[in-house]
Ligand binder design. Sequence first.
Ligand code: ADP
Length: 289
Amino acid sequence: MDKLIISNLSKTYDNGVKALDNVSLEIPTGMFGLLGPNGAGKSTLMRTIATLQDADEGKIMLNDIDVMAQKIEVRKILGYLPQQFGLYPRISAIDLLDHFAILKGLTQRKQRKEIVTALLQKTNLYEVRKQKLGGFSGGMKQRFGIAQALLSNPKLVIVDEPTAGLDPKERNKFYDLLSEIGEHAIVILSTHIVDDVKELCTRMAIMNQGQVVLEGKPLLLINQIKNQVFQKIIDKKEIAGYRAAYNVINERHYLGEPIIQILSDSDPERGFIPSQVGLEEVYFTQLSK
Ligand code: ADP
């Protein structure tokens, strides 16, 4: 079993933004969801783990490799799919993957061909392998990104905001692929989309303003607040009063009416009814703090 241990990681950018504030996490083999709003520090953490930038303080260990000190060792067993994955539009999928394979040091022609073919099949791109990447859909591009990330048979796979712009069908295909990889590797999925984590991840953390504000197994985290979330359809004019009186974690509309959800240890009465609790509610409790 592989393990990634992040200890007391902090990073302040030159402009004074503290993107990571004493972040500690233990991530075992399997799918790990890192959830947080834009600006939470997720990409900074992902890039640091992927050896693309350093933190000011703290340590990251991947098994017995010190990530920030032994970057070359890490890169040999790392697969990284960044938020923006640049592709050469006029090259075919198979040619570009072959090219990346050479860069990864797979110099033996026969072995390389076998690996490239297997990865194109695994990512469901074999049929379209001779097509130019410029004509690929968002989902196909992401799957190509995964194919290149898997070239080194990685122990650690990092995917940053992978489902943005994918339609539901493409997203499902992508989820299936990731879960398969998660059977044998540490997969960290960074996202602001609760559904991504809900469907895939056995462990998760929520980040906000550079800090890890909650961590655990999604189901346990849901159970912790199961009987503490209540909801009520209210009049728009009353919203400020409710905000002052309760811990309002979410405001949205339901069939055109404003509806609020609150977190409360005891029954708030006044027409509130118990709310169904899922990962969204867990997430909202953390963001509303
Ligand atoms: P997320 O991926 O969760 O959206 P980021 O790690 O991209 O979060 O950003 C965290 C914070 O750091 C944000 O406030 C962002 O504006 C800031 N930030 C990110 N990269 C840089 C940079 N290179 N220079 C200065 N500030 C940055």
